[in-house]
Ligand binder design. Sequence first.
Ligand SMILES: Nc1ncnc2c1ncn2[C@@H]1O[C@H](COP(=O)(O)OP(=O)(O)OP(=O)(O)O)[C@@H](O)[C@H]1O
Length: 236
Amino acid sequence: MPGGDVVLYLNDVLIALGDFTLRADLSVPAGRKVAIIGPSGAGKSTLVGAVAGFVPLAQGTVTMQGRDITHAAPDQRGMAMLFQDGNLFPHLTTAQNVGLGLRPALRLTADEQSQVRDALARVGLAGFEDRKPANLSGGQQSRAALARMLVQGKPLMLLDEPFAALGPALRDEMLDLVAKVAADTGAAVLMVTHAPQDVRRFADDVIFVDAGTAHAPQAAGALMDNPPPALKSYLG
Ligand SMILES: Nc1ncnc2c1ncn2[C@@H]1O[C@H](COP(=O)(O)OP(=O)(O)OP(=O)(O)O)[C@@H](O)[C@H]1O
């Protein structure tokens, strides 16, 4: 078990899906923003899926703040998640979608309702409480999903290319907003991205996934300035 303030620890993990295998033996320090990069099909989403509890392990353990969650259901893992699609329920209002982060049954106290309003204001969505997702832009939908992460206040946020459908300027705004939410809650972030510019803008560290291995996090700046050959050929 590594020392220090570790939020997530993958101990001797092996994932096997048909012919595909991925190994990971790494830890994520509390509060760090970590980008997961690597070639298409390398296993970035699979890694995130295993952390989230959607993909089973063939071997090894996953520990979250010292608790073994290897066999815990996704909603019992104590982490918040954001994916490319399907983050909001279409039949619920924006405020209700955010409120789900506090109470799945959605019977919010007055104090919780005010937390939801505050979170929406923090992400720039004051006044959008009663809109349904269909009446929000793509960027506004992302903001709403981030407001839900804000009220959840979990120590780890998992993001799998949530902003891939947005234009570059909006994507930058959203990355900055993720950083702001993480700073507010003290959460660590694990985020899959394809874009090297996202890494430079956002990440403290990088997990490079390649050739069947998810490598331990390395400092983003130094790695991007002086990439090892496999990363260099991926970055092009
Ligand atoms: N249920 C499954 N059964 C068998 N193989 C699978 C399964 N799910 C994923 N794979 C394989 O696992 C590998 C990793 O897929 P994954 O989606 O994690 O890659 P990725 O790095 O996220 O790729 P991309 O950048 O293209 O999104 C791929 O070869 C994929 O075909």
